[in-house]
Design a protein around this ligand. Structure first.
Ligand SMILES: [Zn+2]
Length: 731
């Protein structure tokens, strides 16, 4: 209906500014057919009305601030209002002190007037920085202006004299002129909004008319003339307001269409503000759904037949449903069971044996429901003898750049300390009846299960656990997960690399390692880590879940497995893409177990790469450790006569260049997705921004020297991990 008329070459819209009235100066769009009701001048799709309101009243930069047009009009209006108020106040006080009017007259004239002025200012205070109120400022002002005009009519000299039965001094000089003045100012303050203008004009004329009739003023020619001037003036005002309002709305509608066309022309996939370096097939399919939804919405906005609009709405809901299913990967996971005859026993059998999801029936126990907010934080923290160490541990989950390596240097322990500290902090034994001795033994075993690799060691596990708790503590996650979820997070993080051999999945698979044979080449390491962790939890002296109700242990197990398997980097792109689609739309629904687990698994994945977002010193140390671990694998490959994996050859690897690539293509998009979802300023600041700094560091280093010489490669500090090895072996 409207799209075929916008053929004129207009370029105003791509960066629309605040100047609503500047639109009126544009001359080259006539014949615009906006869906506006010609009687009330309201848009027929209500959403458009709201957009127009926002456009004319709110600033484009800050949606809760006045638009420049509105601000100018308000300044003029309040200036005149206040000036006139002060003037009349001076006059009336002068009358009072010279004895022309009594106290009663003074009070009856000044108090309501002052009250109105206070209300006018209250509107200013109320609408300032409050978007919801600001959107209704026109109506609020209209109401007060109508009251003001009513009051002005009531202070008519003759009326006052009739009421008080005594001679009156007129408070307002040139009575009708004052009404005209405020009417005009009121029209401006309400931004020429047609219905507002009609309302205040009607109030002005009717109140004037009724007051004049009441005091029988029509015998005097002068008042009749005043009244007719007022009526003519009001009619002209309404006519102008109508034209102005109508034209603004038409132009606004045109602008909206232009803008839409502009956005669609600019990008095939609109509305994604992350600088994506990749897009998964799922995301592309979701984008197609988005485009279809958009097209349907646009079509139904211009269709007037109700039944067709109803059908379009149905289609829209179906497309939305389809999109949700696509991004959640529902097509592979879920099966709707439709049995011809209802045999409950048979149905149960099928669900138990042939459907992955029905492994156990989930009951909500009191335990799993309890949120972290319920838990009082009065815990007495363990004392490690060294006061410095105690205060160091306070940074766990609190200070992003907490240095676990320093703690390990001092105590010879890391995963054990972090685990122990956190269960004491959250008082797990008091709150959930977990056995303290079992917890101690469990964390000790976890620590001991790590090998002294340069990177994948107990320190890395403790560091990842710290980073994960940091994410939870500093975002909305803390309000949405239960205490048992937190316990699962701790265990998953601390155990996510248990017994890591310092070799990659690829190596294990290519060399037909026992581990690869056991797990059929599928997420070999991750399956092994989770399995080893649960073996520790199964042992009698370290079974911390002994006291936990059966259903809860199944939930904990499911969450831990999901989290640990998510750290498989071979699924990285699919994982980031899926998280991006779900978190954008339909959004994470924490009350859905599936969503919550998915979100926590992604949190662990980000925490696992957390070292890429730590302060440069810390980041470089961890990176050198990771490189050294790669080089050791390269040495092994060379020894066995295998092809050396990329970035694993210590003689030919440019660490700086590999880091630039790793940060640019892997870490940055992942952390952008993660911080975009969390919307927690502190996390965004400490992680996302730090990655950029680290990237800059490696870019500079890459420029400085193109490759690392063998001598340099060997001299990569073998750091503190050797001393660490000795300490572990001593135990
Ligand atoms: Zn890891």
């Amino acid at each position: 209906m409207a799209t075929n008329v916008t053929t004129a070459p207009i370029t105003l819209v791509s960066n629309a500014n605040d100047a609503l009235f500047s639109l009126l100066e544009k001359t080259n769009f006539e014949h615009i057919k906006a869906p506006v009701d010609v009687n009330t001048l309201t848009f027929s799709p209500k959403g458009l009305d709201l957009k127009y309101r926002e456009f004319s009243l709110c600033s484009t930069k800050d949606k809760s601030a006045f638009s420049p047009d509105l601000l100018n009009n308000l300044i003029l209006f309040y200036f005149a209002l206040t000036g006139y108020y002060i003037l009349t106040l001076v006059i009336v006080l002068n009358y009072y002190f010279s004895g022309d009017i009594g106290l009663r007259q003074l009070v009856t004239q000044v108090v309501p007037y002052s009250g109105l002025i206070v209300l006018f200012y209250a509107v200013l205070v109320l609408t300032r920085k409050r978007r919801k109120w600001l959107l209704n400022i026109r109506e609020l002002l209209t109401l007060l202006i109508a009251l003001l005009l009513l009051y002005l009519s009531l202070t008519d000299k003759q009326l006052l004299e009739t009421i008080f039965d005594s001679k009156q001094r007129t408070l307002f000089a040139g009575h009708s002129q004052v009404i005209l003045l405020f009417l005009l100012l009121g029209v401006m303050a309400t931004m020429h909004h047609f219905t507002c203008v009609i309302f205040i004009s009607t109030v002005a004329v009717l109140s004037e008319l009724s007051v004049k009739v009441a005091v029988g003023a029509y015998s005097e020619f002068i008042t009749l003339e005043e009244l007719s001037v007022l009526i003519v003036f009001v009619l002209v005002l309404c006519f102008i307001a109508y034209l102005r309002d109508f034209r603004s709305k038409q132009l606004f509608y045109q602008m909206q269409n232009e803008e839409k066309a502009h956005i669609l022309a600019q990008s095939k996939y609109p509305s994604s503000h992350i600088e994506n370096s990749f897009k998964t097939e799922i995301e592309k399919a979701a984008d197609i759904c988005d485009n279809i939804r958009k097209a349907i919405k646009e079509a139904s906005a211009v269709i007037i037949y109700k039944d067709i609009r109803g059908k379009l709405k149905e289609v829209l809901l179906k497309v939305e449903d389809l999109r949700n299913k696509i991004v959640r990967g529902a097509f592979v996971e879920q099966v709707e069971l439709e049995m011809p005859q209802t045999d409950p026993e048979n149905e149960k059998f099928i669900k138990q044996n042939y459907m992955e999801k029905m492994l156990f029936s989930r009951k909500n126990t009191l335990l799993s429901k309890r949120t972290l907010i319920d838990i009082p934080l009065s815990a007495e923290l363990p004392n490690y003898g060294e006061s410095e160490l105690n205060s160091e541990l306070l940074s766990v989950g609190r200070t992003w750049n907490f240095d676990i390596l320093r703690v390990h240097e001092r105590s010879g322990q890391s995963a054990f300390l972090v685990g122990n500290y956190l269960i004491a902090k959250w008082e797990f034994s008091a709150n959930y009846g977990l056995n303290e001795a079992a917890m101690n033994s469990c964390f000790r075993k976890i620590e001991a299960s790590y090998r002294p690799n340069p990177f994948h060691n107990a320190c890395h596990a403790a560091d990842v656990c710290h980073s994960l708790i940091y994410f939870i503590n500093h975002s909305q996650l803390i309000k949405n997960i239960s205490g048992l979820d937190l316990l699962s997070c701790m265990l998953a993080a601390l155990g996510h690399d248990i017994s890591h051999p310092g070799l990659t999945n690829r190596y294990l698979i290519l060399t037909h390692d026992d581990m690869a044979v056991t797990y059929n080449d599928t997420s070999v390491l991750e399956n092994m880590h989770a399995s080893k962790l649960f073996r520790i939890l199964k042992e009698e002296d370290s079974n911390i879940l002994n006291e936990v109700p059966y259903d809860d242990t199944m939930i904990i197990r499911k969450l831990i497995i999901e989290m640990v398997l998510e750290t498989d980097m071979s699924k990285h792109f699919a994982s980031v893409g899926r998280f991006r689609s779900i978190s954008k739309k339909p959004g994470i629904n924490y009350s859905k177990q599936e969503d919550k687990f998915f979100c926590l698994a992604f949190a662990l994945k980000c925490a696992d790469a957390g070292y890429s977002a730590k302060l440069v010193d810390l980041h470089v140390e961890w990176t050198e450790r990771a490189s050294e671990e790669f080089f050791l694998q390269g040495d092994l490959e060379r020894e066995k006569g295998l092809e050396i994996s990329s970035y694993c050859d210590r003689n030919n690897t440019d660490v700086a260049k590999s880091q630039v690539n790793f940060l640019t293509f892997i870490c940055k998009p992942m952390f952008e997705t993660w911080t975009d979802f969390l919307k927690a300023d502190e996390i965004t600041y400490s992680c996302k921004d730090q990655i950029d700094s680290n990237l800059e560091y490696w870019q500079n280093r890459a420029k400085g020297r193109r490759s690392v010489t063998p001598e340099q490669a060997k001299s990569v500090k073998l750091l503190r991990f050797f001393s660490m090895t000795e300490k572990i072996q001593d135990e």
